[in-house]
Write a protein that binds this ligand. Structure first.
Ligand code: T6T
Length: 315
């Protein structure tokens, strides 16, 4: 069943979908492959993409690996290529490992749209749509600066190397911190998208450097774990956490005061734009090579504003 409550299509087992194309076999078909299943960011993207496809009379089905891992995403992509949709909209899980499988999709005549993440050479794609991730990392540093104005050590909890989005966020944050000079970095550590690993890394880092003043967690699961780690170290509120993404759990952490700022992306807009670009490519119309979407910075002070509420991801 779709996470979004949208109309169900003829989706294969293990996938969810929206279909509005009728049964004449002529509806345009798009397969959306998430970076990982069960992630509120990709669920929000899926729901908006399903609605956009349905409005356009196209079919969209969604699939995703159980972990953010190219060895799990590749077989999903390979079987999608075999099924032969008109377009594949995908968040590739690694800049290198997903290169060749994506090329195979394009070589098979399937229009490829990259959403959120990208690969080293995205020339096989008709369009790519993502947040301003470097800018988001810089905004995260500004938020830490406001929360800890006297300066001090900062830590980055990243997902894993090879992911275009989180690497760009880390770059934006690290370069802004280095340029400022008052926030020495104790380094970048990798959670492998596991909250438990992120929690452990944060607890160990705080034991080693008890004077850390701020932590930037580059995505939803890293932020979830960082909040747990700070809580376990008994430093709730004392060590400031700025996390990328705004799922319901992150908002709860913000309300509880464990996390001080969230950088919410616009996964719905990315999904809608992805469908629009895919449909244009299928119709042989021009596409936009790159589309950049914005973000909203949510804090406890502005959480109740309509803008912040609209930016919270779907459960
Ligand atoms: O932050 C998003 C996404 O932009 C990133 O590429 C991977 O992690 C998330 O899905 C959040 O978990």
């Amino acid at each position: 069943m779709s996470a979004c409550g949208a109309a169900e299509g003829n989706a294969p087992a293990g996938s969810t979908g929206a279909s509005a194309g009728g049964d004449d076999g002529e509806a345009k078909s798009i397969t959306f492959i998430q970076g990982v299943a069960g992630d509120n960011f990709y669920i929000s993207m899926q729901c908006a993409a399903e609605a956009a496809a349905e409005a356009a009379g196209a079919e969209l089905d969604t699939q995703g690996p159980q972990k953010f891992d190219p060895t799990l995403q590749t077989p999903i992509l390979t079987s999608a290529i075999a099924a032969g949709p008109d377009a594949i909209m995908i968040a590739p899980t690694d800049v290198t490992a997903m290169q060749q499988p994506l090329q195979q999709a394009a070589d098979a005549g399937i229009k490829v749209v990259l959403v959120d993440t990208t690969v080293s050479d995205p020339s096989m794609a008709v369009s790519q749509i993502s947040s301003d991730n470097v800018g988001g990392g810089e905004a995260a540093f500004d938020a830490i600066k406001q929360l800890a104005p006297d300066g001090g050590k900062v830590l980055v909890i990243d997902n894993q190397p090879g992911i275009s989005t989180t690497e760009a966020r880390t770059k934006g944050f690290t370069e802004a911190a280095a340029a400022d000079g008052s926030y020495p970095s104790v380094g970048v550590q990798y959670s492998k998208n596991e909250p438990a690993v992120a929690a452990q890394l944060v607890t160990a880092a705080l034991a080693k450097d008890p004077d850390i003043v701020g932590i930037f967690a580059t995505n939803l699961f890293s932020a979830e774990g960082a909040a747990t780690g700070v809580r376990q170290a008994g430093k709730d509120g004392e060590v400031k956490i700025v996390g990328f993404d705004a799922g319901p759990d992150q908002v709860e952490a913000l309300e509880a005061g464990t996390v001080q700022a969230l950088i919410a992306q616009q996964p719905g807009t990315i999904g809608e734009d992805g469908v629009e670009q895919a449909l244009a490519a299928i119709d042989g119309e021009p596409t936009e090579a790159e589309i950049q979407t914005g973000f909203t910075i949510i804090t406890a002070d502005n959480l109740d504003s309509p803008e912040s509420q609209a930016a919270v991801y779907k459960a």
